[in-house]
Design a protein around this ligand. Structure first.
Ligand code: HEC
Ligand code: HEC
Ligand code: HEC
Ligand code: HEC
Ligand code: HEC
Length: 368
């Protein structure tokens, strides 16, 4: 992945003034399909007012309780018209439910104005182009838009480079990387965009009929999980003590990436009409200090990591002997918030946080 290094004075110039971004609503008229897909995503719901999990963590965060500095804005509400004030310490400016630019989340115009990425130690920085109504993209052939300029930057947009300003890494004050997509581990011919923004039917715009467009529903752990299940393969092998389940992660990063998640493998055996549920197995990366889990801002180490890594083939063993005509149903799913964290975050009643989400299912008929 490419990075550019700017002299410091230039960088301060890029980052200093509050910027204005065309609201996503404006794009709806000519890009209705893309707009509709985008509305359902975490990118459009990334503010504390539209994401209750983010809000719950923010409520407990020392930057909120002690400093009143919403530094999360850099990635969660980067199109906010008052972003510079939001990230400053103790100036009384806090997230505002009535601010339409804060409710935009990672807006269309923001993402399409990312010119380059500056790599940095704590987190990367998006360098935003100064030209307001001019958008980067990767279409080889396109008509002119009556509303905005188009700047082709395929090397940057279709290889996922535009994603790593926010998704590469995030460190806390103990230099601990609390959330990382492990971007160095790219797969051949696959990247963030090819997996998370596949081509689907429907026109790019109303002004120029095309057969397909890039899906802007950003399949992930909140929605459109089914579009990603092909990147995990499941197989079953019997042995002397029972059987092994083999889970092959074909993506470049760990499954259940975010440190709040916990993946759970559920196995059910149906024999002569009777169902036996085998022991559930949890897979997660737990961060903390002194061997105990902590919130991310206090974490100094990885306490335990059973999450399936990028490109890993994981074997899970079950001491249960299968018989002819047994049916084995396997479910790979996850909780967005580890059930052990729910109480501390006040999320016990939250539907989103407590739901068991299904990622992939497969049935095996035992033939012998
Ligand atoms: C460097 C960019 C960046 C910053 C700064 C940042 N986040 Fe995030 N955050 C992300 C990304 C990217 C994701 C999605 C990661 C994923 O799903 O694995 C995310 C996801 C989350 C989630 C999970 C949300 C859900 O619905 O599951 C929580 C909670 C969260 N962030 C809290 C915070 C808080 C609180 C702050 C500020 C103190 C913050 N983040 C600052 C990039 C950032
Ligand atoms: C008046 C109509 C109109 C509006 C409003 C509009 N666009 Fe477009 N846009 C177009 C047309 C036409 C194209 C070219 C499509 C083609 O040739 O298939 C286009 C292309 C694009 C591209 C493709 C660039 C590439 O090369 O990949 C991007 C990105 C884009 N628009 C972003 C936006 C965003 C963001 C907004 C809202 C802030 C927006 N557009 C609003 C008409 C519009
Ligand atoms: C300006 C920062 C930013 C940029 C740029 C960005 N993201 Fe995100 N992304 C986030 C944040 C923040 C979240 C989590 C929002 C939340 O849940 O509150 C997120 C969430 C996601 C998710 C998880 C969705 C889900 O359902 O859980 C996926 C997938 C994703 N981003 C992919 C991408 C891809 C692909 C790109 C590049 C084309 C990209 N992102 C660019 C900030 C960004
Ligand atoms: C080969 C396909 C593939 C590639 C390449 C890929 N992903 Fe993913 N991504 C997946 C799959 C599959 C999942 C769902 C895993 C799960 O449920 O834990 C996922 C989940 C995610 C999530 C949600 C994680 C969470 O816990 O909420 C984010 C964010 C994300 N990917 C961002 C990225 C970014 C950014 C890149 C590029 C640096 C990238 N992905 C590259 C396949 C891919
Ligand atoms: C998180 C970043 C991100 C956000 C947010 C985003 N886009 Fe895109 N968009 C991309 C990337 C990356 C591509 C290039 C995909 C490729 O090359 O395969 C793209 C492609 C496009 C294209 C080119 C046509 C196509 O289908 O390939 C248009 C038009 C477009 N986006 C409009 C929009 C509009 C309108 C919105 C908001 C409703 C939006 N984008 C939100 C990252 C984003």
């Amino acid at each position: 992945m490419k990075a550019i290094f700017l002299p410091l004075f230039l960088l301060t110039y890029f980052l200093s003034a509050n910027q204005t971004f065309e609201p996503s609503e404006t794009c709806k008229k000519c890009h209705p399909a893309i707009y509709k897909e985008f509305q359902s995503t975490q990118h459009s719901k990334a503010s504390i007012f539209d994401d209750e999990i983010h809000a719950a963590v923010w409520k407990k965060h020392p930057k909120n309780r002690e400093l009143q500095s919403y530094t999360c804005a850099k990635c969660h509400t980067p199109a906010a018209s008052n972003i510079d004030e939001l990230v400053k310490i103790n100036n009384g400016v806090v997230p505002d439910v009535n601010s339409s630019t804060q409710r935009e989340g990672i807006s269309c115009a923001y993402c399409h104005r990312i010119e380059s990425i500056k790599h940095d130690r704590m987190m990367n920085i998006n360098v935003i182009s100064k030209e307001e109504k001019s958008y980067f993209g990767s279409l080889q052939k396109h008509i002119k838009s009556p509303f905005h300029k188009i700047k082709t930057n395929s090397a940057h947009f279709n290889n996922g480079n535009a994603c790593i300003g926010c998704h590469s890494h995030k460190k806390n004050k103990f230099d601990m990387n609390v959330c990382s997509t492990n971007v160095n581990n790219e797969l051949e011919k696959a990247n963030c965009v090819s997996c998370h923004m596949p081509k689907v039917e429907g026109s790019i715009s109303t002004l120029h009929e095309t057969k397909e467009h890039t899906f802007h529903g950003f399949p992930g752990t909140h929605s459109h999980q089914d579009m990603l299940s092909k990147y995990a393969a499941l197989s079953l092998q019997e042995n002397d003590n029972g059987f092994d389940l083999l889970i092959e992660n074909k993506s470049s990063h760990a499954l259940s990436l975010h440190p709040m998640r916990v993946m759970q493998i559920r196995v059910k055996v149906t024999r002569a009409g009777k169902i036996v549920e085998l022991e559930r197995k949890n897979l997660a990366k737990i961060i903390g200090a002194d061997g105990k889990p902590t919130p991310p801002w206090l974490a100094k180490e990885v306490v335990k990591d059973t999450a399936i890594k990028g490109n890993e083939k994981r074997i899970l063993s079950y001491g249960y002997t299968l018989e002819k005509d047994d049916k084995v149903d396997v479910t790979i799913g996850y909780y967005l918030v580890n059930p052990k964290m729910l109480k501390g975050l006040g999320l016990k009643k939250s539907k989103v946080a407590t739901k068991f989400n299904i990622f992939k299912t497969k049935s095996f008929e035992i033939k012998k």
